[in-house]
Structure formats: C-alpha cells, structure tokens
Design a protein around this ligand. Structure first.
Ligand SMILES: Cc1cc2nc3c(=O)[nH]c(=O)nc-3n(C[C@H](O)[C@H](O)[C@H](O)COP(=O)(O)O)c2cc1C
Length: 263
C-alpha cells in the first residue's frame, strides 16, 4: 500500500453505528485478525492478547445489555472483544517448568497495550475491506460482567470491544484537536488560556450544535442539568460523570486484584 493510499484510508475513517443486514464471511474476519496481529508490535512478542468473536443473535442480545444497551451491538453482525490475556502464556510457562510471571499490575498494562494496539490495527484492516467499526468504551465500565459472559479465565480481561459490519450510514468526518495542541518539540509546552481558546473554540461550538441537533430531548436534558457548554456536558451526570468514573475505577481495581493482575 502506498503512503497516499494509507493516508486516504485514515481520512475515510468514521465510527459506524448503523449496519446493513448482511453477514461477514468468517474466513475474512479470521484472516484480518491473523494479519493484524502480524502487523502489530507486541511487547516481547509475547502476544498477550485474545479476541472473542460474538455473532450469535441471542448472545449479542445479552452483550448489548452489558454494553449499556447501545443498539449498534444488535445491528452489527459481529462484535469483537479484545482481551488482555496472560492466562495462556502462564499455562505455557507452567507446562515448561518455567517460573510463573505476568500476574501483576505491570503485566496488566503490557497485555492491555498489546490488546489495544491489535484492536486499532484490526480496525484499520477491517476498514480497508470496506467494513465499518465502532469501539465500545463501555467495556471498561462493565468489565467483570463481560468477562464472565465470555467465560474469561483468571489473567484474562476484556479491555475494549468493537462492533463490525457493512456500513449503512456515511456520517461526516469528525475533526480532531489541531497538531499545535498536542505535538510538542523537545519539552511539554503548557497551554496558555489563549491556546485553550484557540484549540477548543471552534470544535466545542460544533460539538455543542451536534449534540443539540440530536433532538429536543437532548436540549431538555441540557437545560435540566444546567449545562451551557460542551465542556460542562462532558463531565455532567449525563456524559462522563466523574462520580460514576470513580465508582467504576474502584470496581476495576478490585477486579484486577481478583483476576490475578495485582494492583
Ligand atoms: C476507546 C474508545 C471507546 C469508544 N466508545 C464508544 C462507545 O461506547 N459508543 C460509541 O458510540 N462510540 C464510542 N467510541 C467512538 C468515538 O465516539 C469516536 O471515535 C469519536 O467520537 C470520533 O469519531 P470518529 O471515530 O467517527 O472519527 C469510542 C472510541 C474509542 C477509541
């Protein structure tokens, strides 16, 4: 693939939440996953990852409830759950009379990075075939329930999921922060208030309009919660509620300890 073709693939990215009623060839999915792992760096080349495919309608129905009823789980023919997994590697170590390892907080991160790197390579590879994907951050908030539903053993936990299917929508491209906001030369450059205004200004107005365009119900909820800006929306009770994040973080710490990843 040329640099231009790769650039075009990146430009075409949009999260897809609405899918055609058309399955995906399972052989294509497996091929893409195998190639994606080959094309992903992997810490120590340990491949501390597992991917669990869900395509059975009844199982997707249940998975949907675990993902806070996000309707795209029902619509998409396939859900991929990417797991940080040292279970298999530890079994290999035990079978070879090696000292057991990878059951600590560092290994949780090492395995998690492997899984996330694989997820994004998979996303690009799926998109190169014309498929659409959308990540589901709900995986982090319902990790234990999803792990149990997928029968994950100790030292194996889901870190992210994505729905996959043939797109039935073509949403506009969503902008990102400009390079000047996050690319630093040599040392971190702390943003001034003027930098914040310059980097967030336009996109926060566009974001506010996009959310309010979702319908009068959203406008009513903004009014009910006294939300006047996109920033206030993001950390309000109806988006990324910091109190909920604190509760879910405490649960995650407990889960990591219970499932063998220390903490
Ligand atoms: C880790 C992660 C979790 C996400 N979780 C969700 C989600 O739960 N539901 C959803 O609709 N979109 C989710 N997204 C998609 C983002 O909302 C989307 O990538 C972002 O708004 C930018 O839009 P774009 O991907 O179309 O460019 C997630 C994206 C990432 C990377």
């Amino acid at each position: 693939m040329t640099a231009d073709a790769f650039s075009a693939l990146l430009r075409q990215h949009r999260s897809i939440r609405c899918f055609q009623d058309r399955g995906i060839d399972p052989a294509l999915v497996d091929r893409v996953l195998v190639q994606a792992l080959q094309g992903s760096s992997s810490s120590g080349n340990l491949n501390l990852v597992s991917v669990i495919k869900t395509s059975d309608a009844a199982r997707k129905q249940h998975l949907c409830t675990l993902h806070f009823d996000q309707p795209m789980v029902l619509q998409a023919p396939l859900v991929l759950t990417f797991c940080a997994d040292s279970h298999r590697t530890r079994q290999w170590l035990a079978q070879r009379d090696a000292r057991l390892g990878f059951a600590d907080f560092i290994s949780w991160h090492v395995a998690g990075y492997d899984a996330i790197i694989l997820a994004q390579t998979t996303a690009l590879a799926l998109e190169s075939h014309g498929l659409g994907i959308c990540y589901m951050g709900t995986t982090l908030h319902a990790m234990q329930a999803i792990a149990d539903f997928l029968d994950c053993p100790d030292h194996c936990l889901p870190v992210t999921s994505m729905v996959v299917g043939w797109p039935a929508e073509s949403p506009p491209s969503r902008d990102r922060l400009p390079g000047a906001a996050w690319i630093h030369n040599e040392r971190y450059q702390r943003p001034t208030p003027a930098d914040i205004d310059a980097h967030f200004g336009e996109r926060e107005e566009r974001g506010r309009e996009r959310y309010l365009a979702l319908g009068p119900e959203m406008a009513a909820r903004w009014a009910e919660h006294g939300i006047r800006s996109l920033a206030q929306f993001y950390t309000s009770k109806i988006k990324y509620d910091p109190d909920q994040f604190a509760r879910d973080s405490a649960a995650l710490e407990d889960l990591l300890r219970a499932r063998g990843f220390g903490g």
